[in-house]
Design a protein around this ligand. Structure first.
Ligand code: CA
Ligand code: CA
Ligand code: CA
Ligand code: CA
Length: 270
């Protein structure tokens, strides 16, 4: 008679351990894949945040700077009041029922938050700071934050000093080959030079032959360099950015986003 020999001993301890070990390896694999994906997702999100942060700020500033000089009042001046390399202040009359630039949002200044750039070089002293929108008619010192995690900021200004309706450009001597002939000249008012007016060439850092009155400004260029909130790279990485008249060199683990915008000030020069 044939006896069906059945192994009814169940699993041995070794078999159970092997099975558990395999389960563990599989689970660890799944977890690692998930964790890596999650980590890269978080990193990507921070880069996107930095990008949106800087783009939002630049668009907001550009929209408002475009209004500089709108509806000039018969008394007082509307236009650009400060044309600095790292700050800008301008006025406009937003409401048609008065003739002034005295309303809360008619005199605006953009710059790093108070105390964030005490050596005034356009780079946040603590490597990242916020940009502030100051409503001068409300509080000439403190304003609202429009962007965080900003590493550097710069402004430059193109002008029509000969008033022929075109931006003045460099033609005969294109600044030692640094500019193409016919390229407009970008300049700013260097606080270190006594003249009030555009007195320094943005491309060379050299003084202009004569200071140019702010009311000849026709365009504004903005540079904003933002960085991610946290260091995201595995190892330090070197990169260079042109921010206004500066070349900013960074070697660190952060990711950066540089945004530039050129604003035609339609209300200036009319
Ligand atoms: Ca007004
Ligand atoms: Ca600084
Ligand atoms: Ca011109
Ligand atoms: Ca000056």
């Amino acid at each position: 008679m044939m006896t069906l020999i059945k192994n009814n001993k169940g699993f041995t301890l070794i078999e159970i351990l092997v099975a558990l070990a395999i389960d563990f390896i599989v689970l660890a694999g799944i977890y690692t894949a998930f964790y890596t994906q999650q980590k890269s997702h978080v990193k990507e999100q921070q880069v996107v945040d930095a990008q949106q942060n800087v783009r939002g700020a630049a668009e907001f500033m550009a929209r408002e700077i475009r209004l500089a000089g709108m509806q000039r009042p018969t008394s007082g001046v509307a236009g650009i009041l400060i044309a600095g390399p790292h700050s800008i202040q301008f006025t406009m009359n937003r409401n048609e029922d008065d003739d002034d630039v005295a309303d809360p949002d008619e005199n605006i200044k953009y710059e790093f938050a108070a105390g964030a750039d005490s050596d005034n070089n356009g780079i946040a002293d603590t490597e990242a700071a916020s940009i502030t929108r100051i409503l001068i008619n409300v509080d000439p010192v403190n304003g609202d934050t429009i962007a965080d995690d900003i590493y550097a900021i710069a402004f430059a200004y193109a002008y029509d000093d000969d008033q022929d309706g075109e931006l003045d450009f460099t033609d005969a001597a294109p600044l030692n080959g640094r500019l193409d002939p016919g390229e407009e000249t970008w300049a700013y008012d260097d606080p270190g030079l006594a003249a009030v007016g555009l007195d320094t060439d943005n491309a060379t850092g050299l003084p202009l032959p004569a200071a140019i009155s702010f009311n000849r400004i026709r365009s504004v260029r903005i540079w904003i360099l933002a960085r991610t909130r946290n260091p995201l790279r595995e190892a330090a990485f070197t990169k260079n950015f042109v921010v206004g008249d500066k070349i900013v060199n960074r070697t660190d683990r952060y990711r950066y986003r540089l945004l530039t915008a050129t604003v035609k000030c339609r209300n200036l020069g009319i």
